[in-house]
Design a protein around this ligand. Structure first.
Ligand code: SR1
Ligand code: MG
Length: 421
């Protein structure tokens, strides 16, 4: 049966499996291996093993939420999902996904490629003031490649339906439905906001009919729309990067859902950091450059994603082996114009979803369970409250008025105006 392992247990587990041990060293050398638990997320325990031959990352899912303890049970099937999704993502975008070496359903363990320093969690890097020149381009590529290739645009409907069933992740989705779409509008038991200065703002949110209506529309979309295999937790804590490389990790929430949720979630997290920048400013580094870079990353990510996705659509359509992808023969002038129209309509709807999702995702990180360190780590309480309030008002505005935010430039202008408030 299942057994929760500690550092020594993980070492013995790996040493007993030659195919895993080879990444670290010979089992005989296991006495000299270093093992440490490095998980800083809300859900799992993550270990790094280092030995004479190299290093390995091992993740174990316990039957509860790490950040809440045993009072909050959580399906361990999330490990199966994570293993299957890592493999699926790697089939479409291997350069941005860590290699999966091992999956053990009984012990709820996966082992994967260790990403050595200077790789680090992007959220931490951003809080320290780092910028990642290739992050937006890489994430756009990851999103376009994984979302396009797992959608109906790229495969026939029988294969698509089988995928939807294979990646069913009902219990993890219910966590997101509750925390993201419902709890922001009620004094839910697990809710908290860090700064008491926000008491009145939170009370206003609980009575905000327009924001709640927008959130319920998005909740329906999140629950019903089977558009592509989405990562579903694509925040800056789910990304490891250097200046040159980017890896997306932790797809345990993945399922067939709306593409806009992935795009919106990552944009939301870049914008949360944008609003947090002032709270981390020092005389030596006023964070002006980082703030500007974050907005340019938001704009670049969307533009680059759109380009890449439409390019894949055209390339795939030209092969003529899919269903909706081959609606138009782009070799002809008429077909090409029709395809362009199809792309515009598709992207207009996706953009509206993206804006709404980014609004609700920002809100929940400020007022429900599981915050972001970008805000929570701001030491000065008044500075933190000011950052949080600007983010909250911006998020509420774009959530309730998503249809009126017609371009990524307008989104960035709104963010800048909210920051200047
Ligand atoms: C109980 S889970 C809370 C949050 O942690 C994960 O990283 C997801 O973002 C989830 O919403
Ligand atoms: Mg995670």
């Amino acid at each position: 049966g299942f057994q929760a392992l500690d550092c020594e247990g993980i070492k013995a587990y790996v040493a007993a499996r030659p195919q895993l041990a080879k990444h670290v060293g010979s089992p005989d050398s296991s006495g000299s291996w270093q093992v440490r638990e490095i998980g800083d997320g809300n859900i799992n325990f993550v270990y790094v093993l280092e030995g004479p031959a190299g290093a390995l990352c091992v993740k174990q899912a316990l039957p509860y939420v790490r950040a809440a303890g045993e009072s909050w049970p959580l399906t361990q099937d999330r490990v199966r999902i994570e293993a299957a999704v890592l493999a699926e993502e790697a089939a479409h975008c291997p350069q941005h996904v860590p290699a999966l070496y091992h999956f053990d359903a009984r012990m709820c363990i996966i082992a994967m490629q260790y990403l050595p320093p200077p790789h680090g969690i992007v959220r931490k890097g951003l809080i320290e003031g780092r910028m990642y020149p290739l992050l937006a381009t890489h994430l756009a590529r990851f999103l376009a490649d994984t979302l396009f290739h797992t959608s109906l645009l790229a495969m026939p409907s029988d294969k698509f339906s089988a995928n939807v069933a294979r990646f069913s992740n009902v219990e993890m989705c219910r966590v997101s439905e509750q925390l993201i779409f419902t709890d922001p509008f009620f004094p839910a038991p697990r809710n908290r906001h860090t700064s008491p200065q926000l008491d009145a703002d939170v009370a206003t949110l609980h009575a905000d009919v327009a924001a709640r209506l927008a959130a319920s529309r998005l909740k329906v979309k999140f629950t019903q729309q089977r558009q592509a295999l989405i990562h579903a937790d694509l925040h800056t804590g789910s990304i490891m990067a250097t200046e040159h490389t980017t890896f997306v990790i932790d797809p345990e929430f993945a399922f067939y859902g709306p593409m806009g949720f992935d795009v919106g979630k990552i944009l939301a997290n870049l914008l949360l950091m944008y609003f947090a920048c002032d709270g981390h400013a020092t005389e030596a580094d006023p964070r002006t450059q980082q703030r500007e870079w974050l907005l340019s990353a938001v704009a670049e990510l969307w533009a680059s994603f759109q380009r890449r996705f439409c390019k894949l659509w055209r390339q795939h359509g030209a092969k003529g082996d899919a269903c909706s992808a081959s609606l138009f023969d782009t070799a002809s002038k008429e077909g090409s114009a029709a395809q362009q129209l199809a792309e515009q309509l598709f992207m207009a709807e996706l953009w509206r979803d993206t804006v709404g999702f980014l609004g609700i995702v920002m809100l929940r990180r400020l007022v429900t369970f599981a915050h972001v360190a970008d805000m929570d780590s701001i030491a000065d309480a008044d500075a933190r409250a000011a950052c949080e309030r600007r983010a909250l008002h911006f998020a509420r505005h774009v959530l309730a008025n998503a249809a009126g935010v017609s371009s990524v430039q307008q989104l960035c202008d709104l963010a800048q105006a909210a920051w200047q408030d």
